[in-house]
Design a protein around this ligand. Structure first.
Ligand code: FES
Length: 124
């Protein structure tokens, strides 16, 4: 019994599959590419975290994914050198399509639709 309760205490971050239920952030916002806080998006490889949604300028256009790691909701950053989202907490890695490259996360990052109109990016 002692072992069992110790095990549960050690694993309170996630279930046995290594995944918790992480609620994706809500989208529905517009980013102005001329605004200083969005300047990183002017260059391929740049990204901005807005409301825990990472918007990335890729060579194929703009994409957006939840910045909340599906393992335990740590905020992932984008590494443009290797085209990956990387979690600072437990080392989870996701590719530029949001798919899991390595765990402990087992669920892909939820994606959003990005529409560009002039200098505005709308994320839904
Ligand atoms: S929170 Fe554990 S890998 Fe991201």
């Amino acid at each position: 019994m002692f072992f069992y309760s110790s095990f549960l205490a050690a694993c309170n971050k996630s279930d046995a599959t290594g995944t918790t239920s992480v609620t994706p952030p809500k989208a529905g916002f517009t980013l102005d590419l001329t605004a200083p806080q969005n300047a990183a998006l002017l260059n391929v490889g740049g990204y901005v975290n807005h409301g825990n949604i990472n918007v990335v300028h890729t060579s194929g256009g703009f994409v957006a994914f939840s910045a909340l790691c599906t393992h335990d909701a740590c905020v992932v950053g984008y590494n443009s050198t290797v085209y990956q989202f990387q979690c600072p907490c437990d080392g989870g890695i996701f590719d530029i399509s949001g798919n899991v490259v390595s765990g402990p996360a087992t669920v892909a990052l939820p994606s959003y639709t990005v529409t560009q109109s002039g200098n505005n990016l709308t994320v839904n």
